[in-house]
Design a protein around this ligand. Structure first.
Ligand SMILES: *Cc1c(COP(=O)(O)O)cnc(C)c1O
Length: 403
């Protein structure tokens, strides 16, 4: 295809994005896809040859490179090799997959669990398997893209409610016809804002209106709850979530996604969800790493405690420096900058001073609420957090975000 001689929609879309990216690169305001060459244990990274403080990590408990997890992955390769014989349903299931699923079920206080090869695919697969044309799926407006895509793919009637607004959710539930199937889906911790879904109310409403409740714990496992088991532990409401979804790619330093819940639900997904039946099994090294990571979280409870202390220091410190951090209560801390360009300039200022933060701009967040999406982890020390906040403060003063 000669892009210069065709002018159809496909070509136009490709050209428009290429022009936008090239313009940002030329202005020195392109920060995505930067090659990280060394991870340096979680608190630091080597980016383009520069050592930077890492404040854009999802590895909340600092488990990347943990010796026990690395050893488990290496042993799995020695025992099983690097791949599987295809899909789980046929020859791809290993004893290791079963052990991982039992570990997850125990960690999440559920009867059973099933793993998929990514968190994104898990949401797509599960929502589209559970609901269809005649049904209703109700989603928080700030839910992750993978939830939105799963809702669209399902073909169910797709209703959205104002972020974390339980009166708005109740309105939506009342809109569903009496005998219709309803699935309510929400993030536990919202990935751009760091705030926590009102689990007591959402669970009560789901009970009252006979709706299934699915909660995505991508940023909740290892973060919420005294022992890091997630949002049910945080609110002391064991068992109120019907469909507990999580990823193996954030706190858990591997890749994949899981659903934990009732035995019948998991059995159904294993035999009905297309991403399980038509896509190959998780590789042995990743399954073994994930299993070891759940065990490390329980064996090293200081990590969850340290994450909480670090998050509190970061939120308090940025607020004291007069930044708007929205309603965050967790390790994800939005530093609101305003216009997209201001967020880009803030990022450049920080990265030039070896503080690795990244901008999130529209359409990922509303226009005017562009931000640095900063995170802290259990791998940071208090003085490193203080230094990063000083850099962010200088950037904010320089660019007029704060006075
Ligand atoms: C990252 C994320 C996912 C997707 O998980 P992956 O394992 O990266 O595919 C799903 N939901 C939320 C809320 C996320 O933040």
């Amino acid at each position: 295809m000669d892009l210069n001689n065709v002018n159809d929609n496909i070509t136009r879309r490709i050209q428009a994005m290429n022009e936008r990216v090239a313009a940002a690169r030329q202005a020195g305001l392109y920060f995505y896809n930067q090659p990280v060459s060394e991870l340096h244990g979680g608190a630091h990274v080597l980016v383009n040859g520069r050592e930077m403080g890492m404040f854009a990590s999802y590895s909340y408990l600092g488990l990347i490179g943990h010796p026990r997890i690395n050893a488990a992955a290496k042993a799995a390769i020695d025992r099983y090799g690097s791949g599987t014989h295809g899909v789980r349903t046929l020859a791809g299931s290993l004893a290791l997959h079963k052990e991982l699923e039992e570990t997850i079920a125990a960690f999440k206080s559920a009867e059973a669990s099933v793993v998929y090869t990514s968190g994104y695919v898990t949401n797509l697969a599960v929502i589209s398997t559970l609901v269809g044309r005649e049904d209703y799926v109700i989603s928080d407006k700030l839910n992750h893209a993978s939830i939105v895509d799963g809702c669209l793919m399902s073909g169910a009637k797709f209703l959205r409610f104002k972020h974390n607004d339980m009166a708005a959710l109740e309105e939506r539930l009342k809109q569903c016809p009496p005998d219709s199937a309803r699935l309510v889906v929400a993030d536990a911790v919202f990935s751009m804002d760091g705030d926590v879904i009102d689990l007591p109310k959402i669970a009560a409403l789901c009970r009252q209106y006979n709706a299934w409740l699915m909660v995505d714990e991508a940023h909740s496992v290892g973060v919420l709850g005294k022992t890091g088991r997630g949002i049910e532990e945080h609110f002391n409401l064991p068992g109120v979530i019907d469909i507990k979804m999580g990823t193996l790619s954030k706190t858990i330093p591997s890749v994949g996604g899981y659903i934990a819940g009732r035995r019948e639900l998991i059995e159904y997904l294993r035999h009905a969800s297309r991403a399980y039946i038509f896509s190959a099994a998780l590789p042995p090294a990743q399954a073994a790493a994930a299993k070891a990571a759940f065990e490390v979280i329980l064996d090293e409870p200081w990590r969850v405690e340290k994450l909480n202390v670090n998050a509190a220091q970061f939120i308090k410190g940025l607020k004291a420096r007069r930044f708007d951090t929205l309603a965050t209560e967790t390790a994800i801390v939005p530093v609101v900058c305003g216009a997209d360009e201001v967020a880009y300039s803030m990022t450049r200022y920080c990265q030039l001073r070896d503080t690795f933060v990244l901008p999130v701009v529209s359409p990922a967040v509303p226009v005017g609420l562009a931000r640095l999406r900063a995170t802290v982890t259990a791998a940071h020390e208090p003085d490193e957090i203080e230094r990063a906040m000083d850099v962010i403060e200088q950037a904010g003063l320089e660019l007029g975000v704060i006075q």
